[in-house]
Design a protein around this ligand. Structure first.
Ligand SMILES: C[S@@+](CC[C@H](N)C(=O)[O-])C[C@H]1O[C@@H](n2cnc3c(N)ncnc32)[C@H](O)[C@@H]1O
Length: 442
């Protein structure tokens, strides 16, 4: 007998759920169960003590322990080949690699792909070398010409105290003189101090400017990271972590909607991932400091990067021919368009349409490249607009079924509160964060 859900959304007043969403809740009720213990594992907070992953705070990451647990549940072993099509900082790749499983990841955000490519380089560095390199850099950094950064991006002009910005640019120039893999390792540490040294904070979907924030001293912040990195070099030895073998760890800066250029060794047998959530997430804003310091030369490049990511953000452009690819999305878009005047952002209906069009395309590609019998575990958040819940987990599952997957189960990992705006106007309704499990038929 299945346990009843703590929060069965079907029990909420009618206004909370459109007809189509209600149909989905009925359809999947028997395959849905709660495992709220997993709630702690779906967020990056679980990585605070994990060597290497703790060095860079990628807020959208899931925890290392989450991937370990799902590799177990999916019965993955060295004969498998793992794919993370939204690999972020490479959490999935690290967990797979430490079990001797080859893995490949794709991410469209250059800073994410860079971190994921850099983590395995730490295995090539001997304890003491990071500290020695830091001491040398301390000598040359003050004499360097400040590195070029994308100063035409508005946030760069207000994000840092003036002296801090000058210091950081000189350090960036000094780090650029290093050789592989020291340059990569130091860039990672350098990116990790940009937020603490700035007036910004990575809150929710954006980068917020908080002029009253106390900013860190860059030299102290970098020295602190260097020490942490040195400790991690020790710890990975104590833990017996082995360097990834040969081409067993591959990261591609690419778009998961089009996988033709990914050098798969063979058809992946396991897919573990978490897509951007359908709620105004704009990674090019959250990570704009890192991008402006290294990955884009100017605002035009930043903007074109924004438009090349999955359309989970409010600036998503919708082609006139694009329509909601699922009736539950269509229903929500109609409700929201009818209330356009009241919406705090009138672009939300376009964003939702574009998001599901993109996810459908991504799921189609995964279906194409995965091996028969492959299993998928995808972590996703539902969303709520104007008081209406949108069951993203179930919509994606039905889209996946149309594309040829079978939905095995939907595991609820946690319930999240709503934005204070939503709660004020419509009351508190818990919103699921789930892991959906699909299988490609043999
Ligand atoms: C929720 S995060 C995944 C984080 C990852 N699980 C980790 O542990 O670091 C979603 C990722 O999707 C990436 N992304 C957005 N659009 C993409 C696209 N079209 N193709 C591939 N990755 C994309 C974002 O850059 C972000 O890193």
């Amino acid at each position: 007998m299945r346990q009843p859900l703590l929060f069965d959304v079907r029990a909420f007043p009618k206004m909370c759920l459109g007809e189509e969403s209600r149909r989905l809740e009925e359809k999947y009720a028997s395959r849905m169960r709660e495992e709220l213990r997993l709630g702690n594992l779906v967020s990056y907070v679980g990585n605070r003590d994990v060597p290497l992953l703790r060095l860079y705070r990628y807020k959208e990451a899931f925890a290392f322990g989450f991937v370990e647990e799902w590799l177990d549940r999916l019965g993955a072993g060295p004969e498998d080949y793992v794919f993370d099509p939204f690999c972020g900082m490479g959490t999935t790749l690290l967990a797979a690699s430490l079990r001797g499983i080859s893995a490949v990841g794709v991410d469209r955000l250059p800073v994410a792909a860079f971190i994921a490519q850099t983590l395995p380089l730490f295995f090539q560095i001997r304890p003491g070398e990071i500290l020695e390199t830091f001491a040398r850099l301390t000598q040359i950094a003050p004499r360097m010409q400040p590195a070029r950064v994308a100063m035409d991006v508005a946030i760069m002009r207000v994000a840092f105290p003036e002296e801090t910005l000058d210091y950081l640019r000189r350090w960036k120039a000094a780090i650029d003189t290093l050789e592989f893999p020291y340059r990569e390792v130091f860039l990672l540490l350098f990116f990790s101090i940009l937020e603490p040294c700035s007036y910004t904070s990575k809150d929710g979907q954006f980068l917020r400017l908080r002029r009253t924030k106390k900013t860190a001293n860059p030299e102290e912040a970098l020295a602190g990271r260097v020490l942490e990195a040195e400790k991690d070099l020790q710890r990975i030895r104590e833990l017996g972590w082995k360097a990834p073998a040969g081409d067993s760890w591959t990261v591609v800066l690419g778009d998961t909607r089009y996988l033709d250029d990914v050098p798969f060794q063979r058809a992946p047998t396991v897919l573990i991932t978490s897509p951007p959530y359908a709620n105004r997430y704009d990674y090019t804003r959250t990570y704009s400091l890192e991008l402006c310091f290294h990955f884009v030369r100017n605002f035009d490049e930043l903007r074109s990067l924004r438009h090349s990511l999955l359309r989970s953000h409010i600036e998503a452009r919708l082609a006139p021919t694009e329509v909601p690819p699922h009736p539950a999305v269509g229903e929500m878009v109609e409700i929201l368009r009818a209330r356009r005047q009241k919406l705090n952002n009138p672009k939300i209906p376009d964003m939702l349409t574009a998001y599901f069009v993109d996810m459908q395309q991504a799921i189609r590609e995964w279906r194409r490249v995965l091996s028969p019998g492959a299993r998928v575990a995808l972590v996703v958040d539902n969303v709520r607009f104007e008081g209406y819940l949108l069951p993203v987990d179930l919509i994606l599952s039905e889209i996946a079924e149309r594309e040829g997957f079978r939905t095995e189960e939907i595991v609820v990992a946690r319930y999240k509160g709503n934005s204070s705006q939503q709660m004020g106007r419509f009351g508190r309704v818990p919103v699921r964060e789930s892991i959906v499990v699909w299988r490609k038929p043999v």
